[in-house]
Design a protein around this ligand. Structure first.
Ligand code: ZN
Length: 134
């Protein structure tokens, strides 16, 4: 029997760059070519000025923990009981949802400094992962 893989994210022409950048080891978000607004998740139009022109902007990986949940139920492979889902605000402003790893639940604090790493979760999927900043 084959090992269960994480569900694949739906990739479309708006967000394909995000996953291409992750595959290249970078965390990037959309930056409006007209007003420089940074945005995530990817959408076709700038919510600030309605421009359709944008470019990918690489983020530093520095961030702050805004919120988190510890998932206990239901447990379904490949996820394991007690994994942590975090809302991280990048130093540049955009917020991303990702797993939080390398920390025990009792040590998590809202506002703690986060480093966003880029990790292969299996042979075909690379995702951002939050870890405590050193
Ligand atoms: Zn704009």
């Amino acid at each position: 029997m084959s090992e269960a893989l994480r569900p694949r994210p739906p990739v479309n022409r708006d967000n394909a760059f995000f996953f291409d950048e992750l595959n290249a080891g970078r965390i990037s978000v959309q930056c409006c070519d007209s007003c420089a607004e940074l945005r995530h998740p990817p959408v076709p139009m700038c919510p600030a000025c309605h421009s359709l022109a944008w470019s990918a902007r690489t983020m530093s990986g520095a961030g702050e923990l805004i919120s988190f949940v510890v998932m206990h139920h239901p447990v379904r492979p490949p996820f394991q009981d007690g994994y942590i889902v975090a809302l991280v605000e990048l130093a540049e402003g955009p917020r991303l949802v990702m797993n939080l790893e390398e920390i025990e639940e009792d040590h998590i604090e809202i506002g703690m400094k986060i480093h966003v790493a880029v990790r292969a979760v299996d042979a075909e999927l690379v995702l951002p992962v939050a870890v405590p900043a050193q």
